[in-house]
Ligand binder design. Sequence first.
Ligand code: SAH
Ligand code: SF4
Ligand code: F3S
Length: 440
Amino acid sequence: MNVYIETYGCQMNVNDSEVVLAILRKAGYTSCGEMGRADLILVNTCSVRDNAEQRVLGRLDVFRQEKKRRPGVIVGVLGCMAERLKEKLLENAAVDIVAGPDAYRDLPRLVEAVSVSGKQINTLLSHEETYADITPVRTDRTGVSAFISIMRGCNNVCAYCIVPYVRGAERSRDPESILREAASLVADGYREINLLGQNVDSYRWTGDGTSAPVDFAGLLARVAQVDPKVRVRFATSHPKDMGDAVLHVMAAHPNICRHIHLPVQSGSDVMLEKMNRKYTREHYLERIAAIRRILPDCAVTTDVIAGFCGETEEDHAATLSLFREVRYDSAFMFQYSERPGTKASRHYPDDVPEAVKTARLNEIIALQNELSLESNRRCVGRCFEVLVEGPSKRSDAELMGRTSQNKTCVFPAAGHKPGDYVTVRVLSCTSATLRCEVAE
Ligand code: SAH
Ligand code: SF4
Ligand code: F3S
């Protein structure tokens, strides 16, 4: 049996698809890169914004055609949309299986059951499941950079956000299993480890209570010590929980990348309060000041939402001014999309007109493009150590790699290969890329 899987959404979903492939491989499936050869087609989905769901619904139409062409093909919807829509998804003619994020161990049984008794569903959420004992089947092409999920779920209730409803309660994974996975990645030649969680700063392992608890700063230090030549990245940090301890651990370990993704969501205290983010603009800026003080060469990136419920021009202006003040190196920028069942959908009217949301988003994007360009211009003339990931998009004679600050560099291949560390000098830039020469 061949399984084909498509993945939408965040890095955690990418890692979950790798867990799913590991579970299915053990049950005798072979993963294949082409839908046309698959006996089992899976789509791992995202519910964070309506457009993410619309894309998947479009794909289900394609899968329905495929089932017409090749009867017997089984289609499963996994992940956050499966959890949110549950039985409703089974009404779709394309769908045979609906499995939520904590139900992946059950997939082999669900697939078997389809041929015997038709459509199957498992959307039970768990308080314990971390898939700690499952070694993900890596799906990255280069063998340079890999994900490790250190926790699952989320205990925050940001008013706009569907994640806690579809991912369940926060739970941290046993640090020993994380360290074992890191060591095995290193043994397999990986050069970069990405630690993943919705809010890594609230990572906490208490075990059976007999040893001292492990927090994120402690975990990060231990992962960094697995191999000083292997880079460590992490996401996402939460401004209310990111303390100085993590920053000091970063400062003490040069292989922990100089990059913090610190979603702000809005620059206005009124919006932050309504979003239930549990910090103020002042607190956020104090955290930024701490980063600059303890890690002067650290890049900072963010997420922001334009047009949340009741957002005024003044609130929007506060977001723009915060962006100018922080001077982000880059940002993920979204317009607010109401998600059914969230606190915002129940209590606050989605009252910023679509056109206004779009205009505000575009204004933020234009500003960030300037800030990204300025940030990159500050790199011109300087040298950076880059971890090579593969050929550049444009040419095999060029390589692409990232700096510790997560900036994309392109430079002549000159005999280097993926996984190498190369020191490059930046010659010129756009807002997205640094063009470099090899400095050695
Ligand atoms: N755990 C992370 C982010 C998870 S979702 C954090 O706490 O920041 C990724 C991003 O999607 C969020 O940071 C937010 O900017 C955006 N997002 C979440 N819900 C959204 C919604 N309903 N509409 C628009 N953007 C949303
Ligand atoms: Fe969503 Fe907030 Fe949890 Fe991030 S911290 S996943 S934005 S509820
Ligand atoms: Fe990730 Fe989307 Fe789910 S952002 S956690 S895949 S809702």
